[in-house]
Design a protein around this ligand. Structure first.
Ligand SMILES: NC(=O)c1ccc[n+]([C@@H]2O[C@H](COP(=O)([O-])OP(=O)(O)OC[C@H]3O[C@@H](n4cnc5c(N)ncnc54)[C@H](OP(=O)(O)O)[C@@H]3O)[C@@H](O)[C@H]2O)c1
Length: 311
């Protein structure tokens, strides 16, 4: 259904996910993109969003705009997190439906699952237990977005799908220590400690929680694959299918940054969910695996660039 001349609205196109989506779409020849910065269009403003959809008439929408942040930001600003995310998704989904959008992709997050969900987390565990309290404001908003997509599909026949990405990282990530996620925050702090010649870096928490990470270009590839080929009510996890402990992650970053100091772990700070690994068998059943896709694109590049490839 996705044609190269299709008008596609990527909401949040300057964020980590949105910019990867624009890179992936542009690389595949999709040139008819509708893009607005936050400053040009505040998605929490209902009348402005309605007007945008009426004027621009996008045929497909990828909703990658959201108020996003780590434990600290969620804890400090519960009102902003629940308000902005509810308003953004409500305005975009409703206006897209009213304007006759053919397909919409809503991006949730792995944090919508219960804190103590069995691992790896299957899609059907949604709403089977209490949420992680440190980010429940964000999670409740995202769950409402999933339910809104499902309700609009059931009652109104709107083709909205919901994807649940795992923790993402990559170019364009947020490195602000007040609001960033664990991987970019550690990368920045360890880099700065190296630059200053600090003897140690203190990592929040015990280092034992386990997390999964997916490169954002892989996510963008999966989103386009599913935008093209999936049209169902069930949510779909998008992850790598493997996890590492925060200690292993920090040690890996120490080695990449080539930092010579020590890591200390501050167990008085909150750890968050003990383990968060997505079950990605539904995604695999829909024909997407990170390694396969990566090898496919590398092979395509290799064939096209034989003359200049390093042989
Ligand atoms: N990052 C992850 O690890 C991760 C993991 C799972 C799921 N996701 C999901 O992926 C989506 C995108 O996340 P991200 O990491 O790309 O976040 P991000 O880098 O913070 O980008 C979010 C984008 O949304 C825009 N935005 C925020 N509020 C807006 C508003 N009121 N009106 C218009 N634009 C607004 C931001 O613009 P400004 O910066 O100008 O405000 C920014 O461009 C979210 O739905 C998130 O839940 C992310």
């Amino acid at each position: 259904m996705l044609t190269q001349d299709m008008r596609i609205f990527v909401a949040g196109h300057r964020g980590l996910v949105g910019s990867a989506l624009v890179r992936a779409l542009t690389a595949r020849g999709y040139a008819n993109l509708a893009l607005r910065t936050h400053q040009q269009l505040d998605l929490t403003e209902q009348s402005a969003v309605r007007r945008f959809f009426e004027d621009e008439r996008p045929q497909a929408v990828i909703l990658a705009a959201a108020r996003v942040g780590g434990i600290h930001a969620n804890n400090a600003h519960p009102a902003r997190f629940i308000r902005d995310n509810l308003l953004i998704q409500d305005n975009v989904i409703d206006s897209a439906y009213r304007a006759g959008v053919e397909k919409l992709v809503f991006l949730g997050s792995s944090c919508i699952y219960p804190k103590l969900a069995p691992q790896p987390i299957k899609e059907e565990y949604l709403l089977t237990g209490a949420l992680e309290p440190t980010n429940e404001w964000y999670a409740v908003a995202k769950i409402a977005g999933v339910k809104m997509c499902q309700a609009f599909r059931r009652e109104l026949g709107f083709k909205a799908i919901s994807l649940m990405p795992t923790n993402l990282y990559g170019p364009g990530d947020n490195f602000d220590l007040q609001s960033s996620h664990v991987l970019p925050a550690l990368l920045r702090r360890i880099h700065e400690a190296k630059m200053r010649g600090d003897a140690s870096v203190t990592v929040w928490g015990t280092g034992t929680p386990r997390r999964e990470f997916l490169h954002v270009d892989d996510l963008a590839d999966a989103v386009l694959h599913l935008l093209h080929s999936y049209d169902g009510e069930p949510i779909v996890n998008v992850g790598w299918g493997k996890d590492v402990s925060i200690r292993e992650l920090a040690e890996l970053i120490v080695s990449v940054v080539d930092y010579k100091g020590h890591l200390l772990f501050d167990g008085s700070k909150p750890d968050g969910t003990p383990r968060k690994l997505l079950d990605v068998s539904r995604l695999a059943g829909l024909g997407w695996y990170p390694l396969v896709q990566g090898i496919e694109s590398t092979y395509a590049w290799f064939k096209d660039h034989l003359a200049e490839a390093r042989l």
